[in-house]
Design a protein around this ligand. Structure first.
Ligand code: NDP
Ligand code: 8X3
Length: 254
């Protein structure tokens, strides 16, 4: 992994949803390079303990008071925020629109879209004021191609692409960078959450194929965030070699 472009300055990196999967791996990857971390999730007790200056604090991105409390604690711990990784997110269910309940839709939209906005709008003004900063969105291949039973989850991730694009226009000329990292299948707790704790269904998503690991995605995030200040990685669609689209997955027998 390349070094921090400004090695004299450890970055203050905020990661939402760092209690599991991609968020936890991203925290570990930045910590390994000596950066300072502010980590949030609802299950704060599961936030990783790292060999780097780290704030571990409760965060529910759907709750604006929780977002404000978390960001105040982050700034008190490490000062201005250099990198915001908007990772907290989830899918619930694979029901069709005809069969679904509004509750799952609300949870996905409130977390994946409004949650990202609640955090981002409280961080970007400071970045503009500093003349630098980096917002990383964790999108998905689901934001590029829709599948049956995933329309609302896909809509949230497609929406995130529009938000990233708009933010890039809005911050042009300010020194702020905006990157969307859009993974294909990653084996994390994502499918357990999607299937509401049904481990057998979750495991079947990965049967016979080789998904990405959370560390694979973390490496991409760190790569984007450690380019020189004049380089912005606009977006990265990162797929397992065994996956061509959300539903086109190569599976081996036996
Ligand atoms: P995990 O379920 O392992 O991790 C999700 C994280 O989001 C957890 O730390 C969870 O913490 C956090 N989270 C969920 N809701 C909230 C909330 N309201 N407030 C704060 N944190 C929250 O899944 P992944 O690591 O796979 O998912 C991370 C991101 O990657 C998501 O945005 C997901 O959509 C995206 N993604 C995942 C892919 C995959 O195949 N796994 C593929 C493409 C994108 P807690 O429950 O403790 O709050
Ligand atoms: C998660 C990937 O294909 O399950 O964003 O929607 S997929």
């Amino acid at each position: 992994m390349p070094a921090n472009p400004d090695p004299d300055r450890a970055l203050h990196v905020v990661v939402t949803g760092a209690s599991s999967g991609i968020g936890a791996a991203t925290a570990r990857a930045f910590a390994a390079l000596g950066h300072r971390l502010s980590l949030g999730a609802r299950r704060a007790e599961r936030l990783p303990e790292l060999d780097a200056p780290t704030l571990r604090h409760p965060l529910d991105v759907t709750d604006e008071t929780s977002v404000e409390t978390f960001l105040a604690a982050a700034r008190a711990a490490h000062g201005a925020i250099d990198v915001l990784v908007n990772n907290a997110g989830l899918a619930r269910g694979v029901e069709t629109i005809a069969d679904a309940t509004g509750e799952a839709w609300r949870e996905m939209i409130e977390t994946n879209v409004l949650g990202v906005l609640h955090v981002t709008r409280r961080v970007v003004p400071e970045m503009i004021g500093c003349g630098r900063g980096h917002v990383v969105m964790i999108g998905s291949v689901a934001g590029h191609e829709t599948y049956e039973g995933g329309s609302v989850y896909c809509a949230t991730k497609r929406g995130l692409r529009s938000i990233a694009e708009g933010l890039r226009y809005e911050t042009l000329g300010t020194g702020v960078r905006v990157t969307s990292v859009d993974p294909g299948m990653v084996e994390t707790e994502f499918s357990v959450v999607r299937f509401r704790g049904d481990q057998t269904k979750a495991d079947s998503v990965y049967t016979g194929t080789r998904p990405l690991t959370a560390d694979d995605v973390a490496e991409c995030i760190v790569f984007a965030a450690t380019r020189p200040a004049h380089v912005n990685i606009d977006s990265m669609l990162v797929m397992p070699t065994d996956q061509a689209s959300p539903k086109r997955v190569h599976r081996r027998q036996g």
